[in-house]
Design a protein. Structure first.
Length: 220
């Protein structure tokens, strides 16, 4: 297949499998989404979704969040991991939102990435999922799959994002990045991968990846 044909196949397949992919992190507004995405770093969405109701019952806006101490936030979010860094980030960004943005989450990369503990991927998720602004956040699933699908060289997430934005129509970015995440979890995981069930990789995948898979299956 040509790159253009591969891209069309990916879009068609994912549309059939996940026509309306839900946002995996439970939230009610841009602020709670921002906090949820920050908490999801090196954790799972499922685990974050068990902790955020407890945190948001105490503080679901920056004004209430800064009434808590960093230690109190840390204790609540401990189960998601990296709680010392994340609690400082949550408190710090809440303070900045109040002081510089009227308590609102900004709708641009520059201001979002200036917030404590907010990197480019977190900012991209907020831009896409909170504000509907076209973005293509690249997580480990998307990075892995675009390499397996021979649509990116897998050098780093920055290059993968550039390739994704170059190959896929802008109008489908916000939905597509969610569809790829769900597909990666269900059909093309890093561990326990069964190529026979992974129709996209089996159809358009990188030859070296497919060859390596079958060599491993044969114990070579």
């Amino acid at each position: 297949m040509t790159k253009k044909e591969s891209v069309a196949f990916v879009i068609k397949t994912l549309e059939e499998l996940y026509p309306q992919p839900p946002i995996p992190l439970t939230h009610k507004d841009p602020y709670t989404l921002l906090i949820s995405v920050l908490l999801s770093a090196q954790s799972t969405d499922a685990r974050v979704n068990t902790i955020t109701p407890i945190l948001f019952a105490r503080a679901d806006n920056p004004y209430d969040m800064v009434k808590l101490s960093v230690a109190e936030i840390k204790e609540i979010i401990r189960p998601v991991g990296l709680s010392p860094m994340k609690s400082k980030g949550i408190y710090g960004l809440s303070k900045i939102l109040i002081e510089k943005h009227g308590g609102n989450v900004p709708q641009n990369y520059k201001d979002l990435e200036a917030l404590p503990a907010v990197g480019h991927k977190t900012a991209a998720v907020v831009m896409s999922q909170a504000f509907g602004i076209p973005a293509f956040p690249v997580d480990t699933h998307i990075h892995r799959l675009l390499y397996r699908w021979n649509l990116s060289n897998g050098k780093n997430v920055v290059q993968t994002e550039k390739d994704a934005k170059r190959l896929f129509p802008k109008a489908c970015w916000n939905t597509l990045h969610l569809q790829i995440i769900y597909y990666g979890r269900e059909y093309s995981p890093a561990r326990g991968w069964n190529l026979e069930k992974d129709i996209i990789t089996k159809t358009i995948g990188r030859k070296s990846v497919i060859d390596a898979y079958y060599k491993t299956k044969k114990g070579l």
